[in-house]
Design a binder for this molecule. Structure first.
Ligand code: XIL
Length: 334
């Protein structure tokens, strides 16, 4: 008995302190019908009490930040591990959250063995991967980022092993398969840098129109990775033109990087950028949700991958609210 207590206390200490209380109504309540989501990291979710508490109380949706990506799921051919992703899905179920499946076909975080495949072998591997993922989760994942970042900045299809070995029809082929495997799920095409009006979003519109016409597409995800340069031209108008196709829209990966150090002025500016992201969604009926790409500066890909940039999220390293958090609350309220 005594031993059990010691073990329990030790485990609790590993998990760290409870979350600091965040002011005001939780974002998930303020968002009403819309989903308000965050990217999550399975290891942090399991190992850090404060992180887990905030995910559970503030958000109504989660996106596994890496755990469903092909390189993570099957680093060596046949060596498949879906357990980390499954644990996120189970935790989300308990917290009453929707899981966004992210992502089935993406040029990045592809295992090296896939990059080496040719022709029919590559095609079989891609379709097999999609079948495994969608088959495994079934109705447990009601919304998928089916194809991610398929377009280059100049508006051409992005070079990738999929384009080279399967041809430009790979996008439609993958959507068709996913539709067949999970007819109830909402299928999205997700894109980076297609947030404003530009050659990339023009091409996205063309692809979306075509897939929608064939009954294969339900929504468009605009990642919305921004910085203090602000919102790109035509953000709201861009949302509108996708909505006019009869598609849903989601802001799927919002964050706003700051050149370090983050000063009070920069944090105030950042709050204004966040406000505009949220207002763009809540004033557009087709916009069904906003997902932030992490919610604490302590666990953000911006600090980890972009030298000199950081402080990109709503809460500080200490999980205390930044001006951006309050700006998001106000923007959700209207
Ligand atoms: C990022 C993750 O946040 C990082 O941890 C990882 O090293 C690279 O990928 N677009 C996407 C996301 O669709 O999956 C990316 O996530 C960020 C850009």
């Amino acid at each position: 008995m005594a031993l059990l207590v010691v073990v329990a206390v030790a485990r609790d200490r590993d998990q760290g302190p409870p979350a600091p209380a965040l002011p005001g109504t939780p974002l998930r309540e303020l968002a009403g019908e819309r989903r308000i989501g965050t990217a999550v990291r399975g290891d942090v979710l399991e190992g850090t009490r404060a992180y887990r508490e905030i995910v559970g109380t503030q958000f109504s949706a989660v996106t596994p930040e890496n755990e469903m990506k092909w390189a993570f799921v099957e680093p060596e051919r046949g060596d498949v591990d879906l357990e980390p992703a499954d644990r996120i899905v189970r935790a989300a179920g308990k917290a009453g959250q929707e899981v966004r499946g992210h992502t089935l076909v993406w040029f990045f975080q592809v295992p090296p063995w896939v990059e080496r495949l040719k022709g029919a072998e590559l095609r079989d591997a891609v379709l097999g991967h999609v079948q495994r993922m969608v088959g495994h989760y079934g109705d447990g994942i009601p919304v998928w980022d089916v194809v991610n970042e398929a377009i280059a900045d100049d508006g051409q299809l992005r070079d990738s092993v999929f384009l080279r070995e399967m041809g430009p029809g790979y996008i439609e082929d993958v959507f068709r398969l996913v539709r067949q495997l999970t007819p109830k799920a909402r299928l999205y095409i997700n894109e980076i840098g297609a947030d404003g009006i530009n050659p990339k979003s023009d091409k996205l519109l063309e692809i979306a129109r075509d897939l929608k016409g064939k009954g294969l597409l339900d929504g468009v995800g605009l990642q919305s990775h921004f910085n203090l340069k602000g919102i790109p031209d035509g953000y709201e108008e861009n949302l509108r033109r996708f909505a006019e196709l009869g598609l849903e829209i989601a802001i799927t990966e919002a964050d706003v990087g700051i050149g370090l150090p983050a000063t009070p002025d920069k944090l105030a500016h950042q709050a204004r950028v966040y406000r505009r992201i949220v207002r763009a969604c809540v004033t557009q009926p087709a916009c069904k949700g906003i997902t932030f790409w992490g919610f604490s500066d302590r666990w953000s890909w911006i600090s980890e991958t972009q030298p000199g940039q950081g402080a990109a999220t709503l809460l500080g390293d200490d999980l205390r609210p930044k001006p951006a958090f309050r700006a998001v609350q106000r923007a959700l309220r209207g």
